[in-house]
Design a protein around this ligand. Structure first.
Ligand SMILES: C[S@@+](CC[C@H](N)C(=O)[O-])C[C@H]1O[C@@H](n2cnc3c(N)ncnc32)[C@H](O)[C@@H]1O
Length: 246
């Protein structure tokens, strides 16, 4: 039987440069650290506390300390974690906090691939969030190292607001999802409350973006996705869609 790692290696469109750290590294460069947010993601201490201490608190901040964002997050990730023989890609997976769950109910040749470019985050992923159907790849979300139409499910959670070019990343999510497959995103949305945080100067300094209400859904539509659904919970939005079947 082919192992999950062999299956993923066969799917990659670029050579693996290193796998001595437990993940398949297709980059030969350090991760860009052009903003404060991206520099924080390269910090080993942040990577260590991320899953247990940071993410649950951060999620609650999206709905002003209430449970709406956490509830929507649970509903979405439960759905994405359903059983089956599927290929799942978790883009900007961080320490693999969701990748492991996505992989846990898979069957047959199903694999959940976590993609990130932070070595400290992937270091935590291979320590804390492994499984027989979970594989980690070090790569750039702006140039996902897989062919068009590969994955049944593509997720990008809590990351689009800090990547360098979020619209390009959305195009990449739409490119690699298979016909009939689903794409799911959790990110920020601009409201009256966070208008100041959306100012260009704040964005430049922090690297953190707040998207216009139709910016993400609009790009999904331009990328050819259909059945687009948006759920807004305070400062956060969950957007799901699918690629039309052939
Ligand atoms: C806040 S964490 C999100 C982790 C996880 N998806 C979650 O929902 O908790 C954001 C991640 O995005 C990653 N990231 C940012 N830009 C990236 C890029 N261009 N390519 C790959 N990963 C990127 C960072 O390294 C970091 O691990």
């Amino acid at each position: 039987m082919t192992s999950a790692r062999e299956r993923v290696r066969d799917l990659l469109t670029v050579p693996v440069r290193d796998e001595s750290h437990g993940y398949l590294d297709v980059l030969n460069a350090p991760a860009p650290a052009e903003s404060l947010s991206l520099r924080v993601m390269q910090n080993p201490i942040f990577a260590e506390v991320y899953e247990r201490a940071w993410r649950p608190v951060f999620t609650r901040l999206f709905s002003f300390g209430g449970s709406a964002t956490a509830d929507a997050d649970r509903a979405l990730t439960n759905r994405l974690s359903r059983a089956g023989d599927r290929l799942i890609l978790d883009v900007a997976c961080g320490p693999g906090n969701y990748t492991r769950r996505f992989g846990a109910s898979l069957r047959g040749d199903g694999v959940a691939v976590g993609l990130d470019f932070s070595t400290p985050m992937l270091g935590r992923a291979v320590l804390d969030n492994t499984g027989p159907r979970v594989v980690y790849v070090r790569g750039d979300a702006h140039a996902i190292p897989f062919a068009d139409n590969t994955f049944d499910t593509v997720a990008c959670l809590a990351a689009l607001y800090l990547v360098s070019d979020p619209l390009q990343v959305i195009d990449e999510l739409a490119r690699v999802v298979a016909p009939g497959g689903e794409v799911a995103v959790f990110t920020t949305v601009r409201t009256g409350w966070n208008a100041a945080a959306g100012l260009p100067i704040v964005r430049r300094l922090s690297g953190f973006r707040f998207f216009g209400r139709h910016e993400i859904t609009g790009r999904f539509a331009e990328a050819g996705l259909v059945g687009i659904e948006q759920t807004i919970t305070g400062q956060g939005q969950f957007v799901t869609a699918r690629k039309p079947s052939k």
